[in-house]
Design a protein around this ligand. Structure first.
Ligand code: SF4
Length: 293
């Protein structure tokens, strides 16, 4: 063994850890966090409806800088309402304004774009279909921009075939973090049912890049570690994509979730993290993997 390897542990020589380039905060989350930090500096009555992102560590930091979580909106004079990257339904925004909140909007521009498309298509007379998770705030925000009730589809099993056959036209938008393959499957079915279908693939660019990268990583490595909160929908999606290509895919929230046995005899490990996972968490996971004898 060469002299230059003196400080390198045996494990590092044999195990190669590759971190996805697109791992960690997406543009929208970075932007929302910087807006949050900026207003927290000058304003001590900042409220948010729900958590800024689906990540416990980030939520703790936001609390520490003084931003509070509002359970419900109340009449007020000097409060600021910070709108999260996912956006909110129009009705809630209007109610907040009426009650006296000053609104600071951190809705991701790519989510705003989805709102604009949905509103424009509805005003042109198209019923709107949203492909996304029914319970996710981004989806509620999209649906909440519209005058008529939009149909939300999570997968092909959800498609109300009979009902849709009576649609002569429809416009389809997609939650920004959806799985591209799931969306293609749904669209293929919708095309057979609705004659005039306008499809807007609004999965955002950072999500596409991330999904392309995890597909490559899952194929090129023996073991894959996905890092992120169990409440994070986009982390779940990365996990599902990776697991479908590589059975040795594991999802952890932090270094504590790792098991030594996952790395026994393993020479290549791919690591990726969700759009709301801080780099500090990812780094501590990588350090922990490196420390295994
Ligand atoms: S996932 Fe995409 S659309 Fe959603 S906040 Fe991040 S960059 Fe914006």
């Amino acid at each position: 063994m060469g002299h230059h390897l003196k400080n390198t542990s045996k494990r590092e020589i044999f195990m190669k850890i590759t971190l996805a380039k697109s791992a960690g905060f997406c543009l929208g989350v970075k932007r929302a966090l910087s807006i949050a930090h900026d207003i927290a500096k000058t304003n001590d009555k900042v409220y948010m409806l729900g958590d800024i992102v689906h990540n416990e560590d980030v939520v703790r930091d936001i609390k520490a800088i003084g931003i509070k979580k509002a359970k419900k909106l109340t009449r007020c004079t000097k409060k600021t309402l910070l709108i999260r990257a996912h956006g909110i339904p129009l009705k809630i925004r209007e109610r907040a304004q009426k009650l006296g909140y000053h609104i600071v909007d951190a809705t991701c521009p790519m989510v705003e774009e989805i709102h604009k498309i949905a509103i424009a298509m509805e005003s042109q007379g198209f019923p709107v279909i949203v492909i996304g998770d029914k319970k996710h705030d981004e989806v509620k925000g999209i649906v909440g921009q519209l005058r008529y009730k939009a149909l939300v589809l999570e997968d092909t099993k959800d498609i109300p075939v009979k009902k849709l056959k009576s649609f002569s036209k429809a416009a389809v938008v997609v939650q920004s973090t959806q799985n591209t393959e799931n969306v293609s499957e749904i669209i293929a079915v919708l095309k057979t049912l609705i004659k005039d279908i306008r499809f807007f693939n609004t999965i955002c660019k950072p999500t596409r890049t991330r999904q392309d990268e995890i597909r490559k990583l899952a194929k090129a490595n023996e073991t894959i570690i996905i890092i992120g909160s169990k409440t994070s929908a986009n982390t779940k999606r990365l996990y599902q994509i990776s697991k479908s290509l590589n059975r040795r895919t594991y999802w952890v929230q932090s270094a504590d979730g790792l098991k030594k046995s996952w790395f026994k005899g393993v020479k290549t490990v791919g690591v990726d993290s969700g759009a709301s996972t801080p780099d500090s968490t990812t780094n501590s996971v990588i350090n922990q993997i490196r420390s295994y004898p």
